[in-house]
Design a protein around this ligand. Structure first.
Ligand SMILES: *Cc1c(COP(=O)(O)O)cnc(C)c1O
Length: 453
């Protein structure tokens, strides 16, 4: 150890990092070497070689150890809201605000007018209630937490009516029956998987019924012989019986859209306008903001939810509050389609993607790669509009030198990882989900592949 520490390059590593960290790295290196020697897999020569390499190995080991394991990737999959790669990218304005709020103090819960305690909800509440013509709103960590908070506040120990056709699993173990159980409410299933009528709800109502829950079955659809009561019938029943109606919208599309692939997606605005008492949805799906659970509706219920001690356990942090506020400002300004990446990708014209695809295709090595620009589909993803396909143009690539599986794997392991998909034995890149400034990363990947070997 002392001999190693005396080496000049090791001394340099110590100045660069710290003595403690370098010592630890040397210790680990020698431990690893000892294990290999004990297993008898190394010749004497191998051992000497390993000891000679220690300086360069330590340098790269330390670099690896200190570099983050969570980093940016390029999404060329064409799936706009992809949970595994972080769902919605933030708008520039929201990201800038997060940077500023995160690195300093703020009036998060401080009323500058009175010098007294304020509430973190206020920043976003006035904006969302103005946008949706609603009475009140609160925000928590994510939509799963929002469902839990609503049930636990409004129906603890009591029955909650849900249609059997809406007892869904959203993925990542969010199952409506499980979350209901953990919320301390009693699930009362009504109707059947394919058909639930308003009379099923009506007949199920008893003294201990506290809530009617409607869930947007966002990642699947039942086709054929089906019935789901129109929202208005549930609203009428709720008004008549005084039992609150709650809707878990999931994806959080605020307003109806002229885009055909969003036509069937329920919107926050229309649910509230029809008379639902409380709605909840994710901040990082179609809204295009930070991870958050957004609850909007009647003040009486929102006030109660705020008082629930679990609210504290699920509350949104200052970075979320800031990003959400700025995301909503983009909606207030009417600039969501240009400023919010998810909204921009949803509405980008196929012809625009085609031009970008052709330009990119033209920059790749045509001797090595066979490139075809072809029609295809992007997906909304994130458990929204399951079957809706958005017409797009794809860059389809094959090569004599590399198999498509090799290409896909190399893309994933590139210095900036690129997520592509494979279809019909072609490597597929969908530029709808690629930021224009990231196209050069794709070009350099293929240039590197062409120049290697
Ligand atoms: C996505 C989704 C959820 C879970 O939302 P998170 O923000 O991921 O916690 C709950 N309900 C529905 C209907 C959803 O689509």
């Amino acid at each position: 150890m002392t001999q190693i520490l005396e080496k000049e390059s090791i001394q340099q590593l110590i100045t660069l990092h710290s003595r403690q960290l370098v010592l630890l790295a040397i210790q680990e290196y020698l431990d690893g070497l000892r294990v290999d020697i004990r297993q008898g897999t190394l010749s004497e020569e191998d051992v000497i070689q390993r000891l000679c390499r220690i300086e360069s190995d330590l340098g790269s080991n330390l670099r690896k150890r200190l570099s983050p394991s969570l980093y940016k990737v390029v999404n060329a999959s064409g799936v706009i809201v992809h949970t595994n790669i972080g769902r919605a990218p933030l708008a520039e304005s929201a990201a800038r605000a997060v940077q500023e709020i995160a690195t300093g103090y703020s009036n998060l819960e401080y009323d500058l007018g009175t010098g007294k305690r304020g509430h973190r909800d206020l920043h976003f509440e006035k904006r969302i209630t103005r946008l949706l013509q609603a009475e009140a709103a609160t925000v928590c960590n994510n939509n799963a937490a929002a469902v839990l908070l609503i049930l636990n506040t409004l129906a603890l120990g009591k029955k909650v009516l849900v249609s059997r056709g809406e007892l869904v699993e959203i993925g990542g173990s969010f199952r409506i029956p499980a979350i209901m159980e953990r919320s301390g409410v009693i699930l009362h299933e009504v109707g059947t998987t394919n058909k639930t009528k308003i009379s099923d709800f009506r007949e199920a109502i008893h003294e201990d019924t506290a809530l009617i829950l409607r869930v947007h079955p966002s990642n699947y659809r039942i086709l054929g012989f089906t019935h789901r009561p129109p929202l208005q019938e549930l609203v009428d029943l709720s008004r008549e019986t005084g039992i609150p109606l709650v809707e878990d919208l999931g994806s959080g599309l605020l307003f109806s859209s002229a885009l055909p692939w969003l036509e069937r997606e329920p919107t926050a605005e229309s649910s509230l306008a029809e008379g639902v008492d409380l709605i909840c949805f994710s901040g990082d799906k179609l809204l295009g903001g930070p991870q958050a659970g957004i609850i909007v509706g009647r003040k009486q219920w929102v006030d109660l939810i705020r008082l629930n001690p679990l609210m504290r356990a699920c509350r949104a942090d200052k970075m979320t509050c800031s990003a959400l506020e700025w995301t909503l400002v983009e909606y207030e300004k009417g600039s969501q389609q240009s400023a919010i990446p998810v909204q921009r990708m949803l509405s980008a014209e196929a012809q625009e993607i085609r031009q970008r695809a052709e330009k990119l295709g033209g920059l790749l090595d045509r001797d090595l790669f066979h490139i075809e620009i072809k029609e295809g589909y992007s997906l909304i993803g994130g458990g929204s509009a399951p079957e809706e396909q958005i017409p797009t143009y794809l860059v389809a690539i094959t090569s004599e030198r590399y198999s498509v599986n090799e290409l896909e794997q190399h893309l994933r392991n590139f210095s900036v990882p690129i997520i592509a998909r494979i279809e019909d034995n072609q490597l597929i890149l969908d530029l709808r989900t690629v930021f224009p400034e990231q196209e050069s990363i794709i070009v350099s990947f293929f240039a590197e592949m062409a120049s290697s070997q």
